[in-house]
Design a protein around this ligand. Structure first.
Ligand code: ZN
Length: 339
C-alpha cells in the first residue's frame, strides 16, 4: 500500500518486475512504440489482443485508435511519455484497468492522472487514471540513455526555486492559493532526500531510479489533494515557457528546467551554488550548449522574461515579479554558462 493520497494505486519495483505480468491481466492490449515493445514483448508471459503504437497525440488520432481497439479488460502501457499517455487515454475512455511500465524516467507521465494530448497545437491534460500497478522495472528503464533518465530529477530540483517563489508570493500577499508552510517543508524534504541520492542517480542504480520515482510520487501526494503544483513549479518553468514560445521547438524537459533553476536561483540569491553543485554531481545536463540555445537567444529571453510573465495573468507570482532583470545582470549570468 502507498502511504497518503497518491494517484498510484500500487507499485512494483524491481529488476524483472515486468516479467509474466500479462498472465494477470485477462484480455489486454498494449500501448507502446517500436523500441520499448521489442524489449518487452517476450517478457509478458501472455500475448495481448492488440498492440497500439503511438501515431500522434492529436485528439482525432487518439479517438480513431480508441474506436478501433478491441474489447478488453486492461491496458498495459509500455514506453516513454507518449506511450503512457496513449494508455491513460484509452483506459480512461474505456473505463478499464491501467498498468503502466515506463521505459524511461525523463517525464513524469506515469505518476500523473491526466493524459497529455494535443488539440491543434495546444497541449491539454484530460481524463483521470491511476496505474494498478505502476511497474518500475529497473532493467527496462536502464535501456534508455542514462542522461535521459537523469533528466527526471529536473522536476524535483525545481522544488528549490518553486518553494522560494511561493514564499515570496506569500510574503507579498500575492499567493494564489492558501499558503501552507507544512507543504513547503514536505517538498523541501523530498528535495533533500533526492540530493542525498545524487551518486546513485548519477549511476542510474536501482536506488537512484527508485529515488526519482518516489520523489515524483511524493510530489503528487502533496499536490493532487490541493489541486496545484506550486511547490514544484515556479519561475524556473516560466523561463522554459518563454524559450519554448520564442524558439518554437521542444526541449528535454529536465534539462531546460535545470537551466531555469540555475538562472532563477541566481536571481533569487537562494541556494544558487548548491543547485549548481547538485546538477554537476548528478550529471544533469542543463547548459545552453546541451539545449542548442545561443547566447543571443537566451539573452533576449531573459530580458523579455518579466514582460512575458506580466502578459500572462495565468502565471503565478514569483521572483520575476519582484526583481527587474537588467542587461548587466543578464550578461554576468550568461558569462557563467557554456554555449
Ligand atoms: Zn516540469
Amino acid at each position: 500500500m502507498i502511504e497518503g493520497q497518491t494517484n498510484v494505486r500500487s507499485v512494483r519495483f524491481g529488476s524483472g518486475a515486468l516479467d509474466q505480468i500479462g498472465r494477470e491481466l485477462g484480455r489486454f492490449m498494449v500501448t507502446t512504440m517500436d523500441v520499448p515493445w521489442e524489449l518487452a514483448r517476450h517478457r509478458l508471459g501472455a500475448d495481448p489482443v492488440a498492440v497500439l503504437r503511438v501515431e500522434s497525440m492529436e485528439i482525432d488520432t487518439l479517438d480513431r485508435q480508441v474506436a478501433a481497439a478491441p474489447e478488453c479488460d486492461a491496458v498495459l502501457a509500455i514506453g516513454g511519455g507518449q506511450a503512457i499517455d496513449l494508455g491513460k487515454y484509452l483506459a480512461w475512455k474505456r473505463g478499464i484497468r491501467l498498468v503502466s511500465a515506463p521505459s524511461i524516467l525523463s517525464v513524469d507521465a506515469f505518476v500523473t492522472p491526466a493524459a497529455g494530448i494535443r488539440r491543434g497545437h495546444r497541449v491539454e491534460y484530460i481524463g483521470q487514471t491511476s496505474p494498478d500497478p505502476l511497474v518500475i522495472d529497473y532493467d527496462l528503464i536502464r535501456t534508455a540513455p542514462a542522461e535521459l533518465n537523469i533528466a527526471g530529477v529536473g522536476d524535483l530540483l525545481s522544488i528549490l526555486t518553486a518553494c522560494f517563489d511561493w514564499e515570496l508570493a506569500a510574503k507579498a500577499g500575492r499567493s494564489e492559493y492558501p499558503f501552507k508552510p507544512e507543504d513547503i517543508a514536505s517538498a523541501r524534504q523530498i528535495l533533500t532526500d533526492t540530493i542525498r541520492q545524487a551518486d546513485a542517480i548519477r549511476s542510474c542504480s536501482d536506488d537512484g531510479l527508485r529515488a526519482i520515482v518516489e520523489g515524483y510520487m511524493r510530489v503528487n501526494t502533496l499536490c493532487l489533494p490541493v489541486g496545484h503544483y506550486r511547490v514544484e513549479e515556479g519561475s524556473e518553468h516560466y523561463l522554459f515557457y518563454e524559450l519554448e514560445e520564442r524558439l518554437g521547438r521542444p526541449f528535454i524537459h529536465g534539462w531546460i528546467v535545470g537551466l531555469g533553476v540555475r538562472l532563477l536561483s541566481r536571481l533569487q540569491e537562494h541556494r544558487h551554488a548548491e543547485a549548481i553543485h547538485f546538477m554537476e554531481t548528478v550529471g544533469l545536463r542543463h547548459q545552453p550548449a546541451d539545449l542548442q540555445i545561443s547566447r543571443d537567444q537566451l539573452r533576449a529571453s531573459l530580458l523579455n522574461l518579466q514582460p512575458y510573465v506580466f502578459s500572462r495573468p495565468d502565471l503565478w507570482y514569483t521572483v520575476i515579479h519582484e526583481r527587474p532583470i537588467d542587461p548587466a545582470w543578464v550578461d554576468a549570468a550568461l558569462d557563467t554558462l557554456r554555449f
